[in-house]
Design a protein around this ligand. Structure first.
Ligand SMILES: NC(=O)C1=CN([C@@H]2O[C@H](COP(=O)(O)OP(=O)(O)OC[C@H]3O[C@@H](n4cnc5c(N)ncnc54)[C@H](O)[C@@H]3O)[C@@H](O)[C@H]2O)C=CC1
Ligand SMILES: O=C(O)CCC(=O)C(=O)O
Length: 441
């Protein structure tokens, strides 16, 4: 295969040439590093640990060719960033999106390190992505892109090395292709069945019950904790939801069972408003068939600006990073922003929300249900077990409640934001592990 790989391993092996990435307008990795700095100050993190965590361990960039339906060969750029594996194998999703860049993937990989540590999972942080628009390729092309990418990743991933999962633009089907590719290449060398090389697989090929809805389910458990603390009734509450893919649609659906209604939704094609509330089942089915909310009957078309001004109780950002900047934060007319997406609020946006008294459930806590159930899937694969949905949900509920309460307690003690507190809890766990190892004798 005609693949080019650039692998850098901090402190050893090869140092890659200076990044050829175009300078990204929103420097997501810098933003995440800013939160790391803040949390490090709050807990007095030893400087050497901050130094180690300030860059990922490995940044893998792969240019790989794929045959398209018209017979042409197109070159794709894929990334896998392995941020830290102190607590366990690298873990994190694979994103297919036209905007994917090394900077984004680095930021998202670092966030996986904090998320797994916060949830007390024996996993580290990683993230991957391929830069293309999955809505503009056929199903067959999507399969060939996935198989070529995972073939090229080769033994850089593995059930005890680095375990990918779905993220924006990927789903259970993509994970089935990924697992099959791995099993027929690297896996076959060891003659081993290695289902645990990816999570978020279809249940029929080793996935767990409850993973598809897990991020939305975890977000709802978190929102329920917030509601209980505030004596806020979710029955009758109103939501606005940006992004109606996996996370947005399941959050809307699960909250509807608690009596909350989604009155506005938006995605990459536009925004819709329905003061009577959308039917989340019907809308989810429509999006599964049509790949977007475009053309869905029963809602009034509104602009993005109008969407952010709608009066509601809760805003669920479930699309991409940097969606709530200064203007959106000034416009939002809600009590709570529950971050389903990773990095939806810019630091400036967050500051304005806090000043306006709007609560924020930060991403590394709020959307950690996905990776937590991915961990359950990995454990089931290792033990050759099948857990019931009730067992998965019960464990997830307890895990989210524990993490929520821990973060609230640190935020109270240290008088810091929930986000900084979430980072602080994660960093304390990482610092304890580094401390015990005496890595610089
Ligand atoms: N899938 C998972 O288990 C987890 C996902 N997340 C995060 O949640 C967010 C959403 O992920 P998924 O639901 O998995 O992806 P998805 O691909 O299923 O859905 C993404 C949604 O965002 C919308 N979108 C894309 N660009 C947009 C734009 N410019 N403006 C408005 N909407 C736009 C899409 O139309 C789609 O509705 C991402 O930030 C992801 O990293 C976080 C934890 C786990
Ligand atoms: O389930 C996983 O391993 C990854 C989830 C993920 O990518 C995320 O939490 O952002």
């Amino acid at each position: 295969m005609d693949n080019q790989q650039t692998v850098s391993t901090a402190g050893s092996v090869s140092v890659p040439p200076a990044s050829v990435e175009k300078h990204h307008k929103y420097e997501f990795f810098k933003v995440v590093q800013g939160y790391l700095d803040e949390a490090a100050r709050v807990i007095d993190l030893p400087e050497y640990i901050k130094t180690i965590l300030s860059q990922p361990k490995n940044e893998i960039i792969i240019n790989f060719p794929v045959k398209m339906d018209d017979g042409s060969i197109r070159l794709f750029k894929g990334y896998r960033v392995q941020h830290n594996n102190l607590l366990g194998p690298y873990k994190g999703g694979i994103r297919y999106h036209e905007g994917v860049s090394l900077d984004d993937v680095k930021a998202l990989a670092a966030m996986m390190t904090w998320k797994c540590a916060l949830m007390n999972l024996p996993l580290g942080g990683g993230k991957g992505g391929v830069k293309f628009d999955p809505n503009k390729v056929s199903r067959d092309e999507l399969q060939r892109i996935t198989r070529r990418f995972f073939h090229a990743l080769g033994s850089n991933i593995g059930p005890d090395t680095d375990i990918p999962a779905p993220d924006v633009g990927t789903d259970a089907k993509a994970m089935a292709w990924a697992m099959d590719t791995y099993m027929n290449t690297v896996g076959s060398l060891f003659r081993q069945s290695v289902k645990g090389v990816v999570t978020g697989k279809p249940v029929a090929c080793g996935g767990t019950l409850g993973r598809e809805k897990a991020t939305g389910q975890g977000l709802v458990y978190c929102i329920q904790e917030w509601a209980e603390e505030r004596d806020f009734q979710l029955g009758g509450a109103t939501l606005i939801v940006q992004g109606f893919g996996n996370v947005g649609s399941f959050t809307s659906l699960i909250l509807s069972r608690l009596g909350a209604s989604t009155i506005a939704v938006g995605d990459h094609t536009g925004y819709l408003y329905n003061p009577e509330g959308f039917n989340p089942h019907k809308l989810q089915d429509y999006v599964k068939k049509n790949r977007s909310i475009a053309g869905y009957p029963g809602g009034k078309h509104i602009s993005r600006e109008e969407f952010f001004k709608i009066k509601a109780d809760i805003f669920i950002p479930a699309a991409l990073e940097n969606q709530v900047g200064i203007d959106e934060a000034k416009a939002l007319n809600v009590k709570l922003v529950a971050e389903g997406a990773n990095g939806p609020c810019s630091p400036e946006g967050e500051r304005i929300l806090i000043d306006r008294g709007i609560d924020i459930l930060p991403d590394v806590l709020a959307n950690a249900g996905g990776v937590t159930v991915s961990y359950y899937e990995w454990v089931q694969n290792k033990r050759s077990e099948h857990w019931t949905l009730e067992e998965v949900d019960e464990r997830l509920e307890k895990a989210m409640q524990r993490a929520y309460r821990e973060v609230v307690e640190v935020a109270r003690q240290k008088k810091c934001s929930m986000r900084v507190a979430a980072y602080a809890v994660a960093l304390q766990r990482i610092a304890a592990a580094y401390g015990e190892r005496d890595i610089f004798p």
